[in-house]
Design a binder for this molecule. Structure first.
Ligand code: TUI
Length: 312
């Protein structure tokens, strides 16, 4: 077993709160398998989130989380539902969660912000965060400026609360490496994207499974919201538009509107934005959440228990 101080879960493996992807079905399967399943509230209304939480609770009584995407217009009402529904763990992304932390902590909710910098990690620790997810730019979706290898040890040095590493982790080697960097667990998105219980369109899974080491790219820097996605004609066209100064920010925003839903729900290969981590090349088969978690944990255990043999 790998020692950790995170929540009441058997294995120190979180499933990323992937917008449009991380529903009750996926989160329940991860939690049932001993990890921490997380429902992505993304742009849901409070009531829609409540329904997802009910669906998850109908399947599992294990701890789970809700990810609050702080740029969502519904972030405040979703934050209320987290309290009303007594959600065990909340993670946050794409912003600074301090406005909501006091309320969540007072209600007994464990608060684990996803941070992309040391400064935000320290700020949320001062406000009582239970732990932090330190997420590097290898992640899929909206990313910060730092990469996982340098970010995780710097965050681990800067805070006393547990650190969970995210970005570029998909197997036992990633979990073992994260522990070496000072983390107590990992969060994975891309590997769970192709889980059997994940209901994304088949085209999405097929593209992730096919992608290799240089299969992703980052766009969105012009608007200040860099996003990593599979290198598709859509992602390349978006990046080209960004370079063209005769194209306005509004035109770019209109080009990208609804693109993630098109990828996840419709499998739209032309107009979809297939958010994906740079670890896609390591993700080569569809497995159940249980198989994924057990593979990652047993892989890390083997590596960690034999690591001292490398010393002479
Ligand atoms: O949030 C994520 N990943 C996401 S959110 C998302 S939806 C979206 N799509 C397009 C643009 C923006 C959002 C898709 N994937 N991961 C956690 C994360 N948080 N990554 C980076 C950050 C972050 C960035 C800046 C957190 C805080 C921050 O600034 C803090 C401040 O002080 O404002």
């Amino acid at each position: 077993m790998i020692k950790s101080r995170i929540c009441d879960i058997k294995y120190p493996v979180f499933q990323g709160g992937m917008a449009w992807v991380a529903d009750a079905n996926l989160a329940a399967a991860v939690s049932e398998a001993g990890g921490l399943g997380i429902i992505a509230a993304m742009n849901m209304s409070g009531e829609l989130l409540r329904e997802e939480i009910k669906k998850l609770r109908a399947v599992t009584d294990k701890p789970f989380g809700v990810n609050v995407m702080l740029m969502s217009p519904f972030a405040a009402e979703v934050a209320e539902v987290v309290v009303e529904e007594r959600v065990p763990v909340v993670t946050t992304g794409a912003g600074n969660p301090v406005t909501y932390m006091k309320k969540w902590l007072a209600a007994g909710v464990k608060v684990i912000p996803v941070v992309a910098s040391v400064a935000l990690a320290q700020m949320v620790e001062r406000r009582g965060a239970t732990a932090v997810v330190a997420e590097g730019g290898e992640s899929g979706g909206h990313i910060g400026e730092a990469n996982t290898m340098p970010l995780v040890p710097q965050v681990a040095d800067a805070v006393d609360i547990p650190v969970i590493a995210a970005g570029g982790i998909a197997d036992g080697r990633g979990l073992a490496a994260a522990i070496m960097l000072g983390a107590e667990g990992v969060q994975m998105g891309t590997r769970f994207l192709v889980a059997k219980e994940c209901t994304v369109h088949e085209n999405y899974k097929r593209k992730v499974l096919k992608a290799g080491d240089i299969g992703t790219m980052v766009s969105g820097r012009r608007a200040g919201h860099p996003v990593r996605a599979l290198k598709t004609p859509f992602a390349r066209a978006y990046a080209e538009l960004e370079k063209d100064l005769s194209v306005t920010d509004e035109q770019i925003a209109a080009f990208g509107a609804g693109a993630l839903k098109k990828a996840v729900v419709d499998g739209d290969e032309e107009g979809g934005s297939f958010l994906c981590g740079s670890v896609a090349g390591l993700v080569t088969k569809e497995q159940t959440c249980k198989e994924i978690i057990e593979d990652v944990v047993s892989g890390a255990e083997k590596l960690l228990s034999s690591a001292s043999r490398r010393l002479v």
